[in-house]
Design a binder for this molecule. Structure first.
Ligand code: UD1
Ligand code: CA
Length: 510
């Protein structure tokens, strides 16, 4: 391990090329901010101290960094006078005088903890004053070039603007991640000058100071250079985002997840997937989403901070902060808002919106409904087109539906209201009063049929012709009215199973 490790994360720059009111390091990528990825990698190395240098928008950036690393030392760099100046501010704020100082930039979201650790360990074991994490790139433009002496030792790092043509041709670059012997660094930083093309204090000039003092300087080449790539503008941000996603998906596929179409599947860095999960095209798994074994998600589904149980099926769904039980079915075209909990084997079906709703094991809301601020007991079936009217215009109220209830199609539950265990409601019921266990609630008015109405009011139309054909010429004489009883065998208020207007799907699809 590395003895007494201080990590400095540079995050003071303005990031003007993002052309954004949001600071560069706070831009999201793969479900974290850019600096969030760097800090996660840094934490994996187990540093004794983390110092973040903030400048532009220091309040937002500092608060964000502190939320991720509560014991971080925030060092304020009033003016951005260069990386050497930034590290000096950091070292002074932390009071570091011994051990190893590892410097990283806050905008390299692909950086892995294991790479950082290998670099820090290599540096500590080498006894060098300065170690540079370098990479060989196809296009070194903009980077500091690693100039080696005839023995292959690092002689200097020359910045793009200060380089001659020969130096510009060098493809080995400074990643921006360096490790120092703290004693050397503390002595060297005040001796840096800003006598260069940018008029800045370059951290990289410590290399020359070490060499002059006869101290060892070395490079640690990282093969996977993309890990040290920064995003300076939104084009690079998107490019790194796609690469990060590609890497995340590759890792999950190697761990046993089927990803049918990696090009249209997006999985954030903090998502956790079990083996034999299947992700279908157009799926986005965001935030802290967790998906259990054998679940199938997609196509065209976005889950943010959701939990999906074993063997569940989630089709064309948008969900946030929802818990979907084992073996449950969701979708297509479902919208699960925060606080939705669907029990094992339950169903939230097509064109259903839920919010703050606890839908029990085996309970079903199969079609065209809104269920908000509600509890639905196990085994209950909610009829098609049910609206839970949870909001009276001022306050939200709760609705409770008991276990194994059967509620009718096109119901409105006017909260606060309770429907008891084993109760039923008829089609079209507006439930305003509690329904006792086992009762049938009916609120729709009695149906009236105005017989032969079509002949009086729509004579000569196709509608009237159709009625005439059905009734026969004899039946088409004179209009009349009948009540809800029996009349001519065409009364719609028939009895028998289903007569209360429910849409019980009987355990299968309906
Ligand atoms: C720096 C290196 C260069 C390296 C490149 C890798 C120096 C002099 N040059 O160049 O060798 O190849 O990174 O990307 O170190 N920052 C501050 N305060 C400052 C200046 C910078 O916090 O006063 C931060 C920036 O926000 C950024 C990082 O330090 O996160 C690097 O600074 P930047 O100005 O981008 O350096 P480069 O010119 O890219
Ligand atoms: Ca840069």
């Amino acid at each position: 391990m590395v003895n007494e490790l201080t990590v400095v994360v540079l995050a003071a720059g303005g990031g003007t090329r993002m052309k954004s009111k949001t600071m560069k390091v706070l831009h999201p990528i793969g479900g974290r901010t850019m600096v969030g990825h760097v800090l996660a990698a840094v934490q994996e190395v187990g540093p004794d101290r983390v110092v973040a240098v903030v400048g532009h928008q220091r309040d937002e950036v500092g608060a964000h960094i502190r939320s991720l690393v509560p014991d971080v030392v925030l060092a304020v760099q009033e003016t951005q006078d260069g990386t050497g100046h930034a590290v000096r501010v950091a070292v002074e704020a932390a009071g570091t005088t011994s051990g190893t100082v590892l410097v990283a930039a806050g905008d390299t979201p692909l950086l892995r903890g294991e790479s950082l650790r290998a670099f820090a360990e290599d540096h500590a074991a080498s006894g060098r004053a300065v170690s540079i994490l370098t990479g060989v790139v196809a296009d070194p433009h903009g980077y500091g070039r690693i100039v080696r002496d005839p023995d292959g030792l690092v002689a200097a790092i020359v910045e793009e603007k200060d380089a001659d043509d020969e130096q510009r041709a060098i493809r080995e670059i400074n990643s921006g991640i360096l490790a120092f012997d703290a004693t050397f660094l503390v002595d060297a930083l005040p001796r840096l000058t800003n006598d260069n093309a940018k008029g800045e204090y370059y951290l990289t000039d410590t290399v020359g100071l070490a060499r002059t003092a006869g101290l060892a300087v070395g490079a640690h080449v990282l093969d996977d250079v993309r890990q040290t790539e920064g995003a300076n503008d939104r084009v690079q941000l998107a490019d790194l985002g796609r690469e990060l996603n590609r890497r995340i998906l590759e890792r999950w596929m190697r761990d046993g997840v089927t990803v049918m179409d990696p090009a249209t599947t997006w999985v954030d860095a903090d998502v956790v997937l079990a083996p034999d999960v299947t992700l279908l095209p157009g799926t986005q798994l965001l935030g802290a989403t967790v998906v259990a074994e054998d679940a199938v998600v997609g196509p065209d589904t976005t889950l943010q901070d959701c939990e999906v149980g074993e063997g569940a099926r989630v089709v064309r769904t948008h969900a946030q902060l929802a818990v979907i039980g084992a073996g449950a079915n969701v979708g297509p075209f479902s919208y699960l808002r925060p606080g939705t909990r669907l029990g094992a084997g339950g169903k939230i079906g097509a064109f259903v919106e839920t919010k703050n709703a606890d839908i029990g094991d085996g309970a079903k809301v199969p079609h065209l409904s809104y269920v908000g601020d509600a509890e639905v007991g196990e085994g209950t079936n909610i009829g098609a087109g049910t609206i839970v009217a949870n909001y009276d215009g001022v306050d939200k109220h709760r609705t409770t539906v008991g276990r194994h209830a059967r509620t009718g199609a096109n119901n409105t539950f006017v909260a606060p209201v309770t429907i008891g265990d084993g109760a039923s409601t008829a089609g079209g019921t507006v439930v305003r009063r509690d329904v006792p266990p086992g009762a049938l609630a009916v609120s729709a008015g009695t149906q009236r049929n105005l017989e032969h109405w079509v002949f009086a009011r729509r004579a000569g139309t196709a509608q009237a012709d159709a009625a005439e054909r059905a009734l026969g010429a004899a039946g088409a004489a004179g209009a009349g009215e009948s009540g809800g009883g029996t009349s001519g065998g065409r009364d719609v208020s028939h009895g028998g199973r289903g007569g209360v207007g429910q849409t019980d799907d009987g355990g299968g699809e309906s």
